[in-house]
Ligand binder design. Structure first.
Ligand SMILES: [Cu+2]
Length: 161
């Protein structure tokens, strides 16, 4: 499950330079994915968050995410309710306005890996397949590490039910 990081660069380059390799019908624009990173799994937990940026050339929607390294990946939003940070699944997916970079980051929208099969430690990689409403799926390799955030580095994630 550990793939070389070179793959990330290769995929990003591919996405940036209008790919013509997919052999699909038509010329669907590819959603640009960058900066994919997943937090290490907390000890004894099988859940963690992943963050990245998405840029769609035309209006689109991230509808689902899969990973061979987790039983399920959900698209989550975070919101403050009564002073508590809550998170929940975006069942309709995540809208991607044309030409805008949508950032998934700690404290905001994120991808939630659930049922992570093996503990993730810094330096590992996680394969993610992003499925969109219109654009072809994009595969990325996320690195495992702490995302850069301007907040306290504590464990902010609420306990899972
Ligand atoms: Cu979450």
């Amino acid at each position: 499950m550990t793939r070389p990081l070179i793959l990330v660069a290769a995929l990003l380059t591919l996405a940036a330079c209008s790919p013509g390799d997919a052999g699909g019908s038509g010329e669907a624009a590819t959603v640009r994915v960058a900066g994919a990173i997943c937090r290490p799994t907390p000890v004894g937990r099988q859940m963690t968050g992943c963050y990245l940026t998405l840029t769609a050339a035309t209006a689109d929607r991230l509808v689902s995410v899969n990973s061979p390294d987790a039983n399920m990946v959900q698209i989550h939003e975070s919101r403050i309710e009564s002073g508590m940070m809550m998170m929940g699944e975006l069942r309709e997916g995540l809208p991607l306005p044309a030409g805008e970079t949508v950032t998934l980051e700690p404290g905001g929208n994120h991808l939630m890996l659930m049922g992570v099969k093996e503990p993730l430690v810094a330096g590992d990689t996680v394969a993610l397949t992003l499925t969109f409403e219109s654009s072809p799926p994009v595969e990325v390799t996320a690195t495992v590490g702490q995302p850069a955030v301007a907040e306290t580095g504590g464990t902010a994630a609420p306990a899972a039910a």
